[in-house]
Design a protein around this ligand. Structure first.
Ligand code: DGP
Length: 113
């Protein structure tokens, strides 16, 4: 079976898409952990952060620019937001298609659990 997030990118599975461009798609997390919880994913399948290569430098930069744009749009930029990349099971990764969590709208504790 195809990767879950590849299916969302291809619109074979519905999701609350909030941003799309030629390289990235962002959509609402189905199980939000904060008032704003958006996943930013590359269109191309990359399993984990460990699978990024030098060719992906620009892609990773764009992810953080999209995160800032969405944070401004959702009104969480000035109060503060967090961008999280869970890599492998011990860090909490459950879907093996690279995704950055954009979280905000509540106080973020440190260190994360
Ligand atoms: P992680 O644990 O870092 O791999 O995050 C995976 C996230 O994906 C988790 O917060 C829940 C979310 N998620 C899982 N399945 C779906 C889905 O079918 N649709 C959407 N929108 N989000 C999903």
């Amino acid at each position: 079976m195809a990767c879950l997030f590849c299916q969302i990118v291809e619109k074979q599975i519905p999701a609350g898409i909030v941003h799309e461009d030629d390289r990235l798609v962002a959509f609402e997390d189905v199980s939000p952990q904060a008032p704003v919880h958006i996943l930013i994913v590359p269109r191309k399948h990359i399993a984990t952060g460990l699978d990024l290569t030098g060719d992906d430098r620009e892609l990773v930069g764009e992810i953080f620019l999209v995160a800032a744009k969405l944070a401004r749009e959702r009104g969480i930029a000035s109060e503060g937001y967090r961008v999280v990349l869970n890599t492998n099971a011990g860090a909490g990764q459950s879907v093996y298609h690279l995704h950055y969590h954009l979280l905000g709208g509540r106080i973020m504790r440190w260190p994360p659990g």
